[in-house]
Design a protein around this ligand. Structure first.
Ligand code: ADP
Length: 460
C-alpha cells in the first residue's frame, strides 16, 4: 500500500452513501475514520461505519448542518483529524472551506482553493478552455448584467440558448430559452434559483446544443502530472441530471475519443491540478463536433463505473494525492499503465416515483433485500429493513453497478440485479430503470441527453 504521508486520521464531511464509500477507502489504507452527523441523521448508518462520530450543526437546518464548515473544522481540530474528505455536494466545491482546512494544517481531500475558484465559476473554466484551444459551446465570456444583455447576445447569435448559473451544479439553475419572449422571465427564474441554491445569482449564456451525448473524462492530477482514466457516457439524464452512467462510452470514433483525453489532460495540467476531477464535454453525434462544458473538481457519483473498468480506486487515489503522493513515483500511475476491461453501468436507485412525476417517496423500509452476485457492485450501506427514509436529504437509496465484458452483457447484469432486488415500504424508480435498460436506443448506445424526454411513452 502506498503511504498516506502525514494523514493518519480522516473525516468525511458528508453523509450517507458517499461517507460510507470514503470510510471504506480509508479503512483499507489503515486510517482512523471520523464521521459527522446532523440531528436528523442521529441514527444514520454512516455514523456507525466510522471509528468516531460527532454531531454538528445544532440549531441548523438538516442541510445547513453539513454546510457549517467553521464548526466542522473546529471539530476536526479538536479530534486531531489530519484530512477532511468532502465527498460530493455539500462543501465539496467550497473554496473557503478548502482554505480554512489548509490554513489549519488539515489536508483538504480535493484540489487547492485556487483550483476550486477557477473551476467553480463556469465562465472562468470556459475561458481557461478557450486559452488552451479546447472547443467550448459558443456563449458569453462573462456573467450577464441583466436580461437586456442576454437579449442582445441572442439577437446576434440566435435561439435556442441555455441560461446557466455560473456557479451552478447538479443540473440546477439552468433554463433553455427558445425565443426572445421568454428571456425576461427565464433570466429572473434562473438567477433567483442560482442565488438560492449557490449563494450567487450570476448567469451566463451558451448556445443550446440539440441532442448531444454527454461524455466526460476522469482525470487524476498530482500538481505536475495528469493522467486520464478514460471516459464515461452520462447521456441518460432527466432534467439535466444523470440517471444511468456507462464506462467506457460506446461508439465514439477513436480519433475523437483521443482528442477528448488530450484536451482533458491539457486543461487540467495547465492549471497545476492536484486531485481527482472530471472534464465534461457535449458531443454532437451527427457532426462529431464536441464542446467543453465544465470541470467537476471532486469525486462524482458515477466514479464507480470508472473504478470497475480500470481497477483503480479513485477515492483512495484522492486521499493519497492530498497527502502529497506523486502519480508515477508513489502510485505507479503512468498513462501507459492504465487500461480498461469490459463495461460498467451504474443505476442510481432512488425513492422517486415515476408514476408521480418523480416525487421522492418517504417512509419506513419494510423489506430491504438488494441483489448481489457475479458482476454486481452495490454502493449504499445506509438502508436496512426498518430504517426510515426521511425527506431531508437526497432520495438515492443505492447505486447498482454492473460489469461484464460486453455492453449488452453488462445491461443484462444490472437488469437482473434490479429485478432480483426487493425494496418495500417506499416507491422506487426501479420499474423505470428496467425500461431504460431494455430500450433499443440504450442497448445500441445511441442515447443523447434528450433520450428520456423523447422516449417517455416507453419509459414511464
Ligand atoms: P451541472 O454543473 O449542473 O451538472 P453542466 O454544465 O454540467 O451542469 O450541464 C449538465 C447537463 O445540462 C449536460 O449534461 C447537458 O445535458 C445539459 N447542458 C449543459 N449545457 C448545455 C448546452 N450548452 N446545450 C445543451 N445542453 C446542455
Amino acid at each position: 500500500m502506498p503511504s498516506t504521508g502525514r494523514i493518519k486520521k480522516l473525516m468525511a464531511a458528508n453523509r450517507g452513501e458517499i461517507a460510507i464509500r470514503i470510510f471504506r477507502a480509508a479503512a483499507e489504507l489503515n486510517l482512523r475514520t471520523v464521521a459527522i452527523f446532523s440531528k436528523e441523521d442521529i441514527s444514520s448508518v454512516h455514523r456507525y461505519k466510522a471509528d468516531e462520530a460527532y454531531q454538528v450543526g445544532k440549531g441548523k437546518s438538516p442541510i445547513g448542518a453539513y454546510l457549517s464548515y467553521e464548526e466542522i473544522v473546529e471539530m476536526a481540530l479538536k479530534h486531531r483529524v489530519d484530512a477532511i474528505h468532502p465527498g460530493y455536494g455539500f462543501l465539496s466545491e467550497n473554496a473557503a472551506f478548502a482554505k480554512l482546512c489548509e490554513d489549519n494544517g488539515i489536508a483538504f481531500v480535493g484540489p487547492t482553493a485556487a483550483s476550486l475558484e477557477q473551476f467553480g465559476d463556469k465562465t472562468k473554466a470556459r475561458n481557461l478552455a478557450i486559452s488552451h484551444n479546447v472547443p467550448v459551446v459558443p456563449g458569453t465570456a462573462h456573467a450577464l448584467e441583466d436580461p437586456a444583455a442576454a437579449r442582445a447576445w441572442c439577437a446576434e447569435h440566435g435561439y435556442p440558448v441555455i441560461l446557466k448559473a455560473a456557479h451552478g451544479g447538479g443540473g440546477k439553475g439552468m433554463r433553455v430559452v427558445r425565443s426572445e419572449a421568454e428571456i425576461e422571465q427565464s433570466f429572473a427564474l434562473c438567477s433567483g434559483e442560482a442565488l438560492k441554491s449557490f449563494g450567487n445569482g450570476e448567469v451566463f449564456i451558451e448556445r443550446y446544443v440539440d441532442r448531444p451525448r454527454h461524455i466526460e473524462i476522469q482525470i487524476l492530477g498530482d500538481g505536475t502530472d495528469v493522467v486520464h482514466l478514460y471516459d464515461r457516457d452520462c447521456s441518460v439524464q432527466r432534467r439535466h441530471q444523470k440517471v444511468v452512467e456507462v464506462a467506457p462510452a460506446s461508439g465514439l470514433p477513436p480519433a475523437l475519443r483521443q482528442r477528448l483525453f488530450d484536451d482533458a489532460v491539457r486543461i487540467t495540467k495547465a492549471s497545476g491540478y492536484r486531485a481527482a476531477g472530471t472534464v465534461e464535454f457535449l458531443v454532437e453525434p451527427t457532426t462529431g463536433s464536441y464542446f467543453f462544458i465544465e470541470v467537476n473538481p471532486r469525486v462524482q457519483v458515477e466514479h464507480t463505473v470508472t473504478e470497475v473498468i480500470t481497477g483503480i480506486d479513485i477515492v483512495q487515489s484522492q486521499i493519497l494525492l492530498a497527502g502529497g503522493a506523486k502519480l508515477q513515483k508513489d502510485l505507479g500511475l503512468t498513462q501507459d499503465a492504465i487500461s480498461t476491461r469490459g463495461y460498467a453501468i451504474q443505476c442510481r436507485v432512488t425513492t422517486e416515483d415515476p408514476a408521480n412525476n418523480f416525487q421522492p417517496d418517504t417512509g419506513r423500509l419494510q423489506v430491504w433485500r438488494p441483489a448481489e452476485g457475479f458482476g454486481i457492485r452495490l454502493d449504499g450501506g445506509n438502508s436496512y429493513a426498518g430504517s426510515v427514509i426521511s425527506p431531508y436529504y437526497d432520495s438515492m437509496l443505492m447505486k447498482v453497478t454492473g460489469s461484464a465484458l460486453t455492453f449488452e452483457g453488462t445491461a443484462a447484469k444490472v437488469s437482473r440485479a434490479l429485478r432480483e432486488s426487493r425494496i418495500r415500504g417506499v416507491k422506487t424508480n426501479i420499474p423505470f430503470m428496467l425500461n431504460v435498460l431494455k430500450h433499443p436506443v440504450f442497448l445500441s448506445a445511441k442515447c443523447t441527453t434528450s433520450f428520456i424526454e423523447d422516449s417517455q411513452k416507453e419509459l414511464f
